[in-house]
Design a protein around this ligand. Structure first.
Ligand SMILES: [Zn+2]
Length: 450
């Protein structure tokens, strides 16, 4: 949905970073003709390539040295063209040469990073070891429960509670009743954790309450919010959105600082917890989807109800101009995260489509592309699945403002059947959990040493 107010390219850039991606599919101008594996950088302007994402930090490009001669050119090009680039990609802002990739770092000192390819037919002498383990690297199961040894971080999407309204994740069709995505994801996560632990996994919640993980609050991020708006061409924005409606709210320091708080700073804090403390083999990001519901004070039901599962990929050229994003994409690609992430997502898609009975969501925008052969699995560049340094399966089942789904979610979690709207119905949350558990069991029982 592209509002006429967002027609300016600069404003679109602001919206690109900070609008509600899950509710408002971004309409972006169609990409020009496909150029895959091209060697000409799309942008050699070093200033453009030195940008950072919101609250991003300068990467240490030396960290890519561990990937020297670990991947062939053919492997790199396949991963780039099939997963990490947009489906009709512009040339990447790095050069794929015969013997190496050359990447503009965007930094004054050492302006180019080079990662040599492994020669075809050679065996890599480099011993890069990721912090996470593939199913086939886990110890043998033996007579133990099937998920023994597996370290899983469960990330309940959003914050919920008192923050749900600010997050635009609170939905109510009648006074006295409401659902909040952050509360539903936490409830789902807590039950899922118990089930996974009963199967032997070491499961940890990334967030355990309806409170932010980040210590920052919107008022701490006003300078950064003003910088975002200034860079987008709005140096004198209104401080608050009181009295403003619609897209005019986007151009205020308050709106941008809130977005930076709950969408960016919060995910950075969770990434710190995932990467430094939990160090899991897998992260499950739990969400509930929605279709546009209009004015939050008078929301609309949608006839649509669907499921999709996201893996990391589909980077837009404009995103890869940011040096931290460029670095993180290459770090994921070169550490072969997709080789575990896509089969895992595919296994969960197979079982979750059965337990929920939902059809596959179909993207009509270029910010997502299919990954692998399952129609439910898409690649998309999200902050969480980019920053968590391990396979991430990001789940988007159910449309919260689908009428039957809304009523099922009002009933939260229950076992068996309950009469909802005159029909005996299962718990949507139980179907969600069952889909994940069955998919993980299928994947690890097939792929870990017996
Ligand atoms: Zn969500």
């Amino acid at each position: 949905m592209l509002s006429p107010f967002l027609s300016s390219g600069l404003l679109l850039a602001v919206a690109f970073l900070f609008t509600r991606a899950e509710l408002s599919a971004q309409a972006v101008a169609p990409s020009p003709s496909p150029v895959i594996g091209a060697v000409t950088p799309s942008n050699t302007d070093s200033t453009a390539l030195s940008k950072l994402s919101a609250l991003g930090k300068e990467p240490d490009w030396k960290k890519l040295e561990v990937f020297a001669e670990t991947m062939t050119k053919t492997e790199f090009e396949a991963a780039w063209s099939e997963i990490y680039s947009e489906a009709n990609a512009m040339p990447p802002p790095f050069q794929i040469r015969d013997t190496a990739i050359s990447i503009p770092t965007g930094q004054a000192k050492e302006s180019t990073a080079t990662v040599p390819f492994l020669a075809t037919g050679e065996k890599s002498k480099n011993t890069f070891k990721a912090s996470w383990r593939r199913a086939h690297d886990l110890p043998a199961q033996g007579k133990r429960p099937p998920l023994s040894d597996l370290v899983i971080a469960i990330d309940p999407g959003h914050i919920g509670g008192a923050y749900a309204t600010m997050e635009e994740r609170m939905l109510s069709f009648k006074a006295g009743e409401s659902i909040r995505e952050g509360d539903l994801s936490l409830l789902t996560a807590k039950i899922l954790k118990e089930r996974l632990m009963a199967l032997g996994a070491v499961a940890t919640l990334v967030r355990e309450t309806a409170e932010p993980v980040t210590k920052k609050r919107p008022e701490d991020l006003q300078t950064e919010a003003l910088a975002v708006l200034t860079e987008a061409g709005f140096p004198k924005p209104a401080p608050t959105y009181a009295g403003l409606t619609g897209d005019a709210k986007l151009l205020t320091v308050q709106w941008q600082s809130e977005k930076l708080f709950y969408r960016v700073s919060e995910i950075h804090a969770r990434a710190e917890r995932v990467n430094q403390q939990i160090k899991p083999d897998l992260v499950l990001c739990l969400h509930f989807n929605a279709e546009a519901w209009g004015d939050a004070t008078a929301p609309q039901f949608s006839p649509k109800n669907h499921l999709h599962i996201l893996v990391n990929g589909c980077y837009a050229p404009v995103e890869l101009q940011q040096q931290d994003v460029r670095f993180q994409m290459l770090q994921r690609l070169l550490s072969r995260t997709h080789e575990e992430e896509i089969p895992l997502a595919t296994a969960i898609a197979a079982t979750m489509s059965q337990t929920t009975g939902l059809p596959a969501y179909v993207y009509t925008t270029p910010n997502a592309r299919h990954a692998g052969k399952n129609p439910y699995v898409y690649a998309r560049n999200l902050l969480a699945n980019r920053l968590y340094e391990c396979p991430v399966v990001y789940l988007e089942p159910f449309v919260m403002n689908h009428e039957e789904t809304y009523r099922r979610l009002l009933c939260e979690h229950f076992l068996g059947l309950t009469l909802i709207g005159g029909k005996l119905t299962t718990s949507a949350i139980e179907d969600y959990i069952n889909g994940i558990v069955k998919g993980l069991l299928a994947y690890y029982q097939t792929n870990r040493p017996s």
